[in-house]
Design a protein around this ligand. Structure first.
Ligand code: 5RP
Length: 218
């Protein structure tokens, strides 16, 4: 089975958690793209979608799914998003696609957060995937020095500007044994917009696609 086939299994399985009349939060990335396509094929009478990125907004609209503003809509009952890594406590690294800030906002505002991944994303200890940190541009070097102080190796994602006009540092070599502690510590640094650790608000359900079909962790 290819990784894309495994992503497809997880994406389609997430549809079971979406019903008519819902406002659905929609994440970002290739797994979510498959979910958006499946959602469109399901022809549900949604009240709308809250999108976490310009890319997902464009894909939702292309399918004729109405995108509504989080400020003027009810909170999404469910949020469906992918991840770069997930552990058995449903704590995540996200932000490989650079949409971590809006993803964290929609996850926080939603009733249930359902994460869809292929089995290669499931790890014992988070941190093999470089941890994305969105920073205010003028703070980039300062935050890079702080990441070194914390034991990481930051790499500026050069040429990439987030939907919010900010920069991303991808921090390598963190072995994240205390995800809540590291998330809290990085969050508090002046100039950090969002750290791509989703541990204080982990997923509520992890849907994993793989060679043995679909597994869930809650
Ligand atoms: C985007 C994300 C994505 O969910 C994450 O990068 C996984 O992407 P993909 O489904 O393409 O593997 O956090 O900011």
């Amino acid at each position: 089975m290819t990784q894309d086939e495994a992503k497809q299994l997880a994406a389609v399985a997430a549809l079971a958690h979406v019903r008519d009349d819902m406002i659905v939060g929609v994440g970002t990335g290739s797994t979510v793209n498959l979910f958006i396509d499946a959602l469109a094929s399901a022809n549900l009478a949604l009240r709308g979608a809250i999108s976490s990125s310009e890319a997902s907004t464009a894909r939702l609209r292309k399918h004729g799914i109405e995108v509504v503003d989080l400020n003027s809509a009810d909170a999404p009952e469910v949020y469906i998003d992918g991840a770069d890594e997930a552990d058995s406590h449903l704590r995540l690294i996200k932000g490989g696609g650079g949409a971590l800030t809006r993803e964290k906002i929609v996850a926080a505002a939603s009733g249930r957060f359902i994460c869809i991944v292929d089995e290669s994303k499931v790890v014992d200890v988070l941190g093999k995937f470089p941890l994305p940190v969105e920073v205010i541009p003028m703070a980039r070097s300062y935050i890079a020095r702080q990441m070194i102080r914390l034991g990481g190796t930051p790499v500026w994602r050069e040429g990439f500007i987030t939907d919010n006009g900010n920069h991303i540092l991808d921090v390598h070599n963190f072995k994240i044994v205390d995800p809540v502690g590291l998330e809290t510590e990085i969050n508090q640094l002046a100039g950090v917009v969002t750290v791509g650790l989703f541990a204080r608000r982990p997923a509520d359900l992890l849907i994993i696609g793989g060679k043995d079909g679909v597994k869930t962790l809650r």
